[in-house]
Write a protein that binds this ligand. Structure first.
Ligand code: HEC
Length: 155
């Protein structure tokens, strides 16, 4: 009798855990929407889409950089930019349709994939869904996001 009860409890615990795992967004899966331009390798397309590998930590490290990353994802980006001495001048589409969880997951993915995790400061804090939610009211144009990028002081 006791044993049967224990088995039921274990089965219940597993159900709760797997439902929780399903609710959590998978950054690798969301990144499939970015692959066409930024590529599996995170190296982007020369002359078109900038690399994210060995670059996103530099953005994150600037004051306001983490907020900017959320804004690029939600509102897109249009204008002349330089990444690692190379020029890019195309348009990054907005991904406002992602849920807060999906947006946080994909941003954390690009912050840590391709060895980017090793380039982050020790006190780096992952982006939380509430951080994304807090930027939903900004309602920026891709050009306004470009102007904000100019204020980050990126080299
Ligand atoms: C259709 C192509 C395309 C897709 C799809 C795309 N991007 Fe971009 N992304 C770009 C382009 C082009 C730029 C640079 C825009 C410019 O030149 O102003 C960019 C810029 C960025 C930047 C800013 C880099 C910087 O230095 O300011 C980030 C971050 C970024 N993309 C992340 C993502 C993520 C995450 C996804 C998937 C959810 C994604 N992109 C999907 C084309 C794309």
């Amino acid at each position: 009798m006791k044993r049967a009860r224990l088995e039921i409890l274990v089965a219940l615990a597993f159900t709760v855990l797997s439902v929780a795992a399903m609710a959590q967004s998978n950054g690798t899966e969301v990144y499939t929407r970015c692959i066409g331009c930024h590529k599996d390798t995170g190296l982007g397309v020369p002359g078109y889409a900038p690399p994210l590998a060995a670059h996103i930590p530099d953005v994150e490290k600037t004051p306001g950089g983490q907020t900017y990353l959320i804004q690029v994802l939600l509102y897109g980006l249009k204008g002349d930019i330089q990444v690692k001495g190379k020029r890019f001048n195309a348009t990054m589409p907005a991904f406002a349709d992602l849920t807060d969880e999906e947006a946080a997951a994909v941003l954390n993915r690009i912050l840590t994939n391709w060895g980017n995790d090793k380039l982050l400061p020790k006190d780096h804090k992952a982006i939380a869904p509430v951080d994304v939610k807090a930027r939903r009211g900004d309602k920026l144009t891709p050009e306004q996001v470009h102007a904000l990028r100019g204020k980050l002081g990126l080299k």
